[in-house]
Design a protein around this ligand. Sequence first.
Ligand SMILES: Cc1cc2nc3c(=O)[nH]c(=O)nc-3n(C[C@H](O)[C@H](O)[C@H](O)COP(=O)(O)O)c2cc1C
Length: 204
Amino acid sequence: MTETLEATGLAIDDATADRLFRTARTVTTYAELDVTEEQLAAVYDLIKWGPTSMNVSPLRMLVVRTPDARQRLVANMPEGNQERVATAPVTLVLAYDPEFHERLDVLAPHLPGAREIFAGDDTARADAARTNALLQAGYLIVGLRAAGLAAGPMHGIYDGIDAEFFAENGWKGLLVVNVSVAEGADTSRPRAPRLGFDEVAQVA
Ligand SMILES: Cc1cc2nc3c(=O)[nH]c(=O)nc-3n(C[C@H](O)[C@H](O)[C@H](O)COP(=O)(O)O)c2cc1C
């Protein structure tokens, strides 16, 4: 591992860096193989350790697998994204729970009273829920890659999705992620460049 650090500045080997970031792509066509509940649970059991503010952990997810649920989701996707959802082996609707503070007695034993603070401040609660669930969505995309899966994140029509799927639990949709086994999944366009460190970092 020391050798890896010296050669690349990374504490992971090249193959892992490729799998997680450098050659991993946002996929729009998928492998024939199924993605199992066990695989998804293993990914969640890994990424749940990613940090959130006060450990609020507001990410929730709907696993869309049946033809009926898939059709109801497709009806709430922008036209350009419909085919990609219609053909995915599994699609996750990532959401946040606006009532995440109800779990803080368990999640934040180090912060007595956190639940009550959020209960009395709707704006702070919505802001913490959205920000932290989006962070967790990022962890999830990388976690899927770590499990040999590939992700195709895309936006849905969230008012419609919330009414169709979350009327009872009150969750709020944030991102739709198609999931496939990575080997055999593909993308329709060449890799676009990224900005360099010098372009994004200001050193003070
Ligand atoms: C939050 C988010 C929203 C996205 N929304 C869409 C979308 O609505 N439709 C789509 O085709 N791709 C969507 N994408 C895919 C991005 O365009 C893609 O991840 C990005 O261009 C990087 O592609 P690459 O991983 O193949 O390099 C979205 C990605 C993210 C992370």
